[in-house]
Design a protein around this ligand. Structure first.
Ligand code: SAM
Length: 205
């Protein structure tokens, strides 16, 4: 069977440290699972972090997904929180390219995935709760490559992270539950969240 490709279409103006950690994780996990990862629509003016460029499994493309797959639109499935149909293991046979919005999560969600919806690809949902982009790719991979149905995956919703002795912050996302019972997050993310939450989150998610 054709190997799977996970495409994150870059939609933010910048590529900040949160996205960098998310994309590094997507690259590593895709590589380990024998899949490809492409960050598409990267403007020439955007200097990608060196760690990302060097990551095994990471590729970038200046073209947007509708140009890359102009002749093969039916191979592409957009993961869209507003889709009416949930992603299923059978979709792993129908599609080999899975597309995600390269957007940091926001609360309440601003539906920036709509920018990709307009392009007219088939869409599927991963349940009603907003996931981080790396979580959405992880869940998609578990469903289409490991053939585990969406509802059989264990999740942690809205985990609370302790920032210091007196403060904690609730992450407004759904995560996959790791074997230790903790939400799976990119390496370095908890420290980054702690550091940023001391400054105030602002627009970070
Ligand atoms: N608030 C965001 C928005 O404006 O659409 C959601 C962004 S989410 C952090 C990044 C990407 O992950 C989305 O564009 C989508 O591809 C995928 N995603 C996250 N949660 C999802 C869900 N429940 N169902 C389908 N896709 C999801």
């Amino acid at each position: 069977m054709t190997s799977k490709t996970y495409i994150v279409e870059h939609l933010d103006d910048e590529l900040g440290p949160w996205s960098e950690l998310e994309y590094l994780t997507i690259a590593r996990e895709s590589h380990e699972a024998g899949a490809k990862f492409c960050l598409s629509s990267v403007p020439p003016s955007l200097e990608l972090p060196a760690t990302l460029k060097a990551a095994p499994g990471f590729t970038a493309d200046g073209q947007s997904v509708e140009v890359l797959y102009a002749q093969d639109k039916s191979r592409v499935c957009l993961l869209d929180p507003s889709a009416t149909k949930e992603l299923s293991p059978e979709d792993g046979s129908a599609f080999d390219v899975f597309l995600f919005g390269g957007i940091l999560g926001d609360d309440p969600p601003r539906d920036r995935t709509s920018e990709l919806r307009k392009k007219g690809f088939a869409c599927r949902r991963l349940g009603p709760k907003q996931m981080t982009t790396d979580t959405a790719v992880r869940v998609t991979r578990i469903i289409v490559q490991e053939k585990v149905p969406l509802e059989k995956i264990s999740y942690v919703d809205y985990p609370e992270l302790r920032i210091n002795k007196n403060e904690s912050t609730e992450m407004p996302f759904r995560y996959v539950k790791g074997s230790n019972g903790e939400p799976i997050m990119p390496e370095g993310m908890v420290d980054l969240i702690k550091k940023d939450s001391e400054k105030g989150f602002g627009d970070l998610f």
